[in-house]
Design a protein around this ligand. Structure first.
Ligand SMILES: [Zn+2]
Ligand SMILES: [Zn+2]
Length: 551
């Protein structure tokens, strides 16, 4: 079925398999299914809408609205939302059912949900079982970490996102099992490495793309088990060390030259390992993952990004260990889960936000361990099953049933959310759509003296940690913390002249977009679905040509 997106007017396709999936995830009340209709927005606009509900990286100082304690929060101080410190949120010091209300059949569900949502307390951060890692969000079990987002089990690390079990790392994205790593993207098991993309099992490598099991390599790409190579040429150990000593003096120049050279190198059309019947990018161990990005252990999924261990899911961002999920963001361990935002360990949830360990709930906010609730009000099973079809009928009439929460009801400014990372919009455009904009950035103008950041780590004094620095690109203030400086010293890295947010943006820009184009293999002309747009200069190989000519 061909449809036209109601938001951007782009044509998009709904396949018979999509319809089958929608039937499968449609909820049942008293033995009768309430069918979820096909989407009215294209996959991009659907992803944008979900991501407009996720603020991962923007943290603020504010007070806990219950205890008055000074806290760090993903909700800006001017945000009208009631925000509770994590400890208070998880405690019995307050009752989410106290905010319960009747469903009003004369009114739109989304408007009623927005009222409930703005009344119920929100948790300041999602940061579980951490030690000395207060400035992190959507994180678990980190120790001595600073500004980590969607990361877990890391130690002594700074400015990471989507990184796991890594130690002494700084400025990395999608890194697993790294140690002493700096500016590493999409890599696994790396030790004492800098500026690598798409590498695994490497040590002492600086600047590289697609290296496997390499040691002591500088500015190399597409190599396996190599040592003492510079620009893919082999040297003796002595010569290598002497040359690298020189090259290290101007890393920015070496990076620029590498970027130019690697544009003409052959690349695999998609970055994947053990991916059968899959399209998208950065896929590991998956079967039938279609149009999926940065995912691991997937089966029968479509339009899913940043997720692991998912089965039977469509239109999902940032979810792990879940099955039968449709239109959800920021979830974990759910079953039969549709139209939910930040909900963990639930079954049969519909249109909920920030609910944990719940079953059979609809339109609830900040609920824990509850069953059969609607708008935070408790019902019996029988009452719930009688009310739900009527509510869905009301939603159907208003065109709400089958749609995720509208962006205009998101508690965040568009510019604070992941939506602006993938679908950037100017402030005027956001305003014209009736969406919010966070103005904290406007107040971030630091008027103090301009501190010159030294060119090398040898020239850098401890005193730099006391200074407020200004980003060379955005002019935003930033700091270097003492633990970070000692890591730079250990790794002989010059202190950064850009703020952490700009560094993150530049790493993000190295990722291909979450979009597919049809191209052909440069060797055998096989048809490919790839995230490299046709106007890009990279030479693409299909899986078999790539393996026969590269590794
Ligand atoms: Zn669209
Ligand atoms: Zn080929």
């Amino acid at each position: 079925m061909q449809k036209i997106c109601e938001q951007c007017s782009a044509p998009f396709e709904i396949t018979p398999d999509d319809l089958k999936f929608l039937e499968k995830v449609s909820p049942e009340f008293g033995g009768k299914k309430e069918l979820i209709p096909p989407p009215t927005l294209c996959p991009d606009c659907r992803q944008q809408r979900r991501l407009s509900w996720r603020n991962e990286r923007n943290l603020y100082h504010r007070k806990c609205d219950l205890t008055g304690k000074q806290i760090i929060s993903m909700y800006a101080p001017e945000n009208a939302q009631n925000v509770y410190d994590q400890e208070v949120f998880w405690s019995d010091a307050w009752d989410p059912l106290a905010y319960g209300r009747d469903f009003d059949f004369q009114k739109s569900f989304f408007a009623q949900f927005a009222d409930l949502f703005s009344a119920t307390p929100r948790i300041n951060l999602i940061n579980k079982e951490h030690q000395n890692s207060e400035y992190c969000n959507f994180c678990m079990r980190n120790k001595n970490c600073y500004l980590l987002f969607t990361s877990g089990e890391c130690e002594d690390s700074f400015y990471l996102n989507r990184s796991w079990t890594s130690r002494n790392c700084c400025d990395c994205s999608n890194l697993k099992d790294g140690e002493l790593c700096y500016e590493i993207i999409d890599s696994d098991h790396c030790y004492h490495c800098q500026y690598l993309t798409n590498c695994a099992n490497c040590s002492d490598c600086v600047i590289g793309y697609n290296l496997r099991g390499c040691r002591d390599c500088f500015a190399c790409y597409n190599l396996q088990n190599a040592q003492f190579c510079i620009g893919n040429a082999r040297y003796t150990k002595e010569k290598y060390l002497a040359l690298v000593e020189e090259l290290r003096k101007d890393i920015p120049a070496a990076l620029k030259q590498f970027e130019k050279r690697t544009q003409s190198m052959p690349r695999k059309y998609m970055d994947c390992i053990n991916a059968e019947g899959c399209t998208g990018n950065a896929i590991i161990n998956a079967k039938n993952a279609v149009d999926c990005y940065e995912v691991i252990e997937m089966q029968d999924c479509k339009y899913v990004a940043n997720a692991t261990h998912m089965k039977d899911a469509m239109d999902v961002n940032n979810d792990d260990h879940s099955e039968l999920v449709y239109e959800a963001v920021g979830s974990e361990t759910n079953y039969m889960h549709c139209f939910n935002d930040i909900c963990w360990f639930n079954k049969n949830l519909l249109y909920c936000s920030l609910c944990f360990h719940c079953e059979h709930c609809f339109g609830c906010s900040s609920l824990k361990h509850k069953k059969y609730c609607i708008l935070n009000k408790q019902y019996t099973k029988e009452e719930y099953e009688k009310l739900m079809p009527k509510i869905i009928e009301t939603m159907r009439k208003l065109g709400e049933w089958g749609e995720f929460f509208p962006t205009k009801f998101s508690p965040f400014g568009y510019n604070e959310t992941m939506a602006s990372d993938f679908f950037p919009l100017a402030q005027e455009k956001v305003a014209s759509k009736g969406w919010k904009w966070n103005r904290s950035e406007d107040q971030e103008h630091y008027m103090g003296k301009k501190v010159t950041v030294p060119e090398t780590i040898e020239e850098t004094d401890d005193a730099i940690c006391k200074e407020i620095l200004r980003c060379s690109v955005t002019d935003k203030p930033y700091k270097i913390i003492p633990q970070e400086l000692s890591l730079y010293r250990q790794m002989r890295i010059a202190p950064p002249k850009k703020c952490p947010e700009q560094r993150y943006k530049e790493r993000m820009a190295l990722h291909n977009p979450r979009r597919l184009w049809a191209r052909n293999c440069a060797k055998c002309s096989a048809e490919l679905q790839t995230t490299y747009s046709p106007d890009r200069p990279e030479v693409l190989y299909c899986e078999s040509c790539y393996h026969s000519s590269i590794f």
